[in-house]
Design a protein around this ligand. Structure first.
Ligand SMILES: *Cc1c(COP(=O)(O)O)cnc(C)c1O
Length: 466
């Protein structure tokens, strides 16, 4: 498989290069040059265990890796999960909950990052290189990235978080990791300060090269690849359970990575009726589906912080398909969006009219009501992100088509929301309880680019660098 840029950049890449490159050099995002049609293999695939299915799907896209290597990476990634089937599908009152939170940090990002950490380690060992992952987090992504990289050879990870502004659980999940290659930087500032610093360090090409900086953010193709697998696996389980010939999915959405993996699975031939994209009060994507206008707004904080996003970095990949693969069109849309903060994708405010994608949103009140109702009626605890999805799913059911709701986090990660919804302290998990009292490790730094750059250089290059 070869990979192209959404902006039409010159050279085609192989899988290895696509993973190590991350973002395309022309500023676009990388996508496979073709969509494999797997309809003829669905029957055979429906009998495979999660890890065997993962291997078959990934092999189509990572055909420049030796099969035995890919097999070992998939096995390792799956073994990091507490459930042998990795992502079980639980029937709850006519809906099907796809539990993606059985990994080390109790959030769906583990599915991709457990695979990706191992993949990067392998590619670095082949090339003899070394990589320093740099990331800013408002809470959730940081711990999943740290868990993916901890203890891996030839890699360090530096995660900036706004000191005192992440939840206690999130802080403990990041800072109690004792591996030498994990560096938590507690910055005296906001998440935006952290992100600005990271962006400006990546933009400084000389610094970036000297410190061999890299990223594991959600625009990396390897993350999407790992996420496609559970759409297939869940659809097979639910079709055999219900006898239905197709399924609907509902996906709590922020950066559009998760739902895009479902869209790609549908493009490959998975029988998906509708793919519902659920946002919280930050509903730019839901509105865009309704009126064809993609426009920037201010981010409002909600109970589902991992969906508090206005500009979804993966949306450009969807625009590529929307534009029929025409890079000039994608460039024009992205350029207009950058300049004017808004771009019309259809004429006269017409809906996007996508063959599978639909949108809906849930504000905090709807999220709390859904958590409460599911606890009272089904004794099933939802986290606030999953609850946003369930709220949208329940309003969009189609008779005869099973609905699979993606559960993106364990409720114990968001005990405040659960307490507000149910009035009780119900959300616990032994993994999180075990963090209390462990030694905490973080370096406190001012919110200044120079301070962070100096610290990175001292750790990576050595004391003489400062
Ligand atoms: C990251 C995240 C999301 C959003 O996923 P995207 O791929 O960014 O759309 C939803 N829920 C939780 C719990 C997350 O951590």
């Amino acid at each position: 498989m070869e990979y192209i840029s959404t902006r039409g950049g010159d050279r085609r890449l192989r899988f290895r290069e696509a993973v190590l490159t991350g973002q395309a050099r022309d500023g676009g995002l990388l996508l496979p040059a073709e969509t494999p049609d797997v309809r003829g293999r669905l029957r055979e695939w429906s009998r495979l265990a999660y890890r065997d299915l993962a291997f078959e799907i990934m092999r189509l896209y990572a055909d420049d890796l030796p099969a035995a290597t890919l097999r070992a990476l998939v096995e390792g990634g799956c073994a990091a999960f507490r459930q042998p089937e990795v992502a079980p599908v639980v029937p709850v009152d006519g809906l099907h909950v796809l539990e993606l939170f059985h990994g080390p940090t109790l959030a769906f990002k583990d599915v991709a990052l457990q695979f990706m950490g191992r993949l990067l380690e392998e590619l670095l060992a082949e090339g003899g290189g070394e990589l320093n992952i740099l990331a800013a987090t408002s809470g959730d992504t940081g711990s999943a990235a740290i868990e993916g990289v901890r203890g891996r050879r030839r890699m360090r990870i530096f995660v900036l978080h706004p000191r005192g502004r992440v939840s206690r659980i999130q802080m403990l999940q990041m800072t109690t990791v004792a591996d030498d290659n994990v560096h938590n930087l507690a910055v005296d500032g906001t998440f935006d300060d952290c992100q600005e610093i990271v962006k400006s360090l990546f933009a400084d090409l000389a610094f970036r090269d000297r410190c061999r900086l890299g990223a594991v953010n959600s625009i990396n193709w390897a993350r999407l690849l790992a996420q496609m697998v559970y759409y297939f696996h869940a659809a097979f389980r639910v079709m055999e359970r219900t006898g239905a010939g197709r399924v609907d999915f509902c996906v709590p959405t922020g950066n559009f990575g998760n739902v895009l993996a479902g869209y790609l699975a549908w493009r490959m031939g998975l029988p998906v009726g509708r793919l519902l994209l659920a946002t919280n009060a930050n509903d730019i994507l839901a509105r865009c589906l309704a009126d064809g206008r993609y426009r920037r707004g201010a981010v409002v904080p909600t109970l589902s912080p991992s969906m508090d996003i206005q500009v979804a970095s993966n949306f450009e990949r969807y625009l590529h398909y929307r534009a029929g693969g025409d890079p000039a069109r994608v460039q024009e849309w992205m350029e207009r969006f950058r300049r004017e903060g808004e771009v019309a994708l259809t004429a006269g405010g017409a809906p996007l009219d996508d063959p599978v994608l639909r949108g809906g949103s849930a504000d905090d009140e709807a999220i709390l009501a859904t958590i409460r109702a599911w606890w009272e009626r089904h004794r099933y605890l939802l986290d606030p992100h999953t609850a946003a999805g369930v709220h949208v799913a329940e309003r969009n059911l189609e008779p005869g088509v099973p609905m699979i709701c993606l559960a993106t986090a364990h409720p114990a990660k968001f005990p405040e929301a659960v307490r507000r919804a149910t009035g009780a302290d119900l959300a616990r998990h032994p993994l999180l309880d075990a963090l209390e009292g462990r030694p905490v490790r973080a370096v406190r730094l001012p919110a200044s680019r120079e301070a962070v750059a100096g610290h990175l250089a001292r750790v990576i290059v050595g004391p003489q660098a400062a």
